[in-house]
Design a protein around this ligand. Structure first.
Ligand code: CIZ
Ligand code: SF4
Length: 365
């Protein structure tokens, strides 16, 4: 045990190979006290060290079931928060780089959502007419907001089931922060586009008329993912002009026009499953994060499958990319030295409310 935590500055200039060796050694020394979770969007240099890989929900469930004292989440901040909320009180969630946020999650915040709720209350009996539903890509205080209004969380794997749960209870939903997941799922459920309105949080009353709000079934927060908005319908047209046999699969965070032109729409887990289980010698155009697509291509190429990234310019999620081998080595060696650095901890009160919304989801899906 060292007296003080080892500083990150000592790691910044280490090369990846050295970090790699130090990560492996630290894991051995921690001897099962720590599990490393790797989200599908992590780069290979980090992903290779994960004990479990998956989407945010699968990983948090894994964390809660494990006996490990330390949960090192190689992903982004909201994921480590969910791990903290769903794990036992004595378990500690760690995010290797605290700057690993999610630009989509940042598009909604508690003050703006509360303002929206209050404005809706001027035209609707909001507590009886509207269920708030937050995509898991959101801060813990927004999950707590949902928990305190009999609302719920959803992921891209279960959005349809969760929306059905909502509509069994109340006539409308307020869906945040991702308009695209909301709209694409609503369309799959045959909800007409005119019954889905977009709440522009920079305008009074979301930029909507009283009539539009009264008629809406889904009120969609005007947020998006900067990575998934790079995919455009013309990318599909151009690719298919060259390779007409291509199957297209898109994440529901991609825009409506892209999802409409796709053969399949799926969460990260579903994209992996569909492409891996597809016939050999098939060609796939995939609209989701680059690291996942590259790994999927490597995993499937022996079956003669070709898996391509949809956008012409290669872009990865820059915040997922923040977790590098240097930060991973730093947090692990600190644990070996008896120091917890970068713990993500949600306050008890917020955690209890957020857990209600997460539990609603777990029961409903
Ligand atoms: O929930 C997740 O892990 C995310 C961000 C996407 C997905 O589709 O799995
Ligand atoms: Fe957030 Fe988009 Fe990155 Fe996912 S890909 S973590 S939604 S910014």
């Amino acid at each position: 045990m060292t007296d003080t935590a080892l500083p990150i500055q000592d790691y910044a200039l280490l090369d990846d190979e050295e970090c790699n060796a130090r990560i492996i050694k630290a894991k051995e020394q921690l001897n099962g006290e720590c599990i490393i979770l790797g989200h599908h969007y992590q780069r290979n240099e980090v992903f290779q060290h994960a004990d479990f890989s998956g989407d945010s929900l699968k990983l948090s469930r894994q964390a809660a079931q494990s006996q490990a004292k330390y949960i090192v989440f190689c992903g982004v901040h909201f994921m480590a928060e969910v791990a903290d909320i769903l794990s036992r009180p004595e378990q500690i969630a760690i995010l290797p780089d605290m700057a690993a946020g999610c630009s989509m999650a940042d598009m909604a915040n508690k003050v703006k959502v509360q303002q929206c709720w209050d404005e809706l209350a001027t035209v609707l009996d909001v507590e009886n007419a509207v269920t708030p539903i937050t995509y898991i890509n959101s801060a813990a205080d927004l999950k707590a907001f949902c928990g305190s209004h009999e609302g719920i969380v959803c992921t891209s794997s279960n959005a349809e089931k969760i929306l059905n749960w909502c509509f069994e209870r109340r006539e409308k939903v307020l869906f945040f922060p991702d308009q695209h997941l909301g709209r694409n799922t609503g369309v799959q459920m045959d909800i007409p586009l005119q019954h889905m309105v977009t709440w522009d949080f920079s305008k009074p009353m979301g930029g909507l008329s009283v009539e539009q709000i009264k008629q809406a079934k889904m009120i969609l927060w005007k947020g998006h993912c900067s990575v998934h908005q790079a995919f455009r319908p013309e990318h599909i047209d151009e690719f298919k002009a060259k390779y007409p046999e291509t199957k297209v699969i898109s994440h529901p965070e991609a825009c409506f026009e892209v999802c409409q032109k796709s053969d399949y729409i799926g969460s990260t887990e579903n994209i992996l499953k569909i492409v891996k289980e597809a016939e050999p010698d098939t060609r796939w155009l995939v609209a989701t994060e680059l690291n996942l697509v590259n790994r999927l291509h490597e995993a499937c190429k022996d079956q003669g499958k070709n898996v391509h990234f949809m956008a012409p310019t290669l872009s990865m999620c820059s915040t997922m990319f923040r977790t590098d081998p240097q930060h991973l080595a730093w947090v692990l060696e600190n644990l070996v030295a008896g120091h917890v650095v970068n713990q993500v901890s949600v306050s008890q009160e917020e955690s209890a409310l957020a857990k209600q919304a997460l539990d609603n989801m777990l029961q409903a899906s």
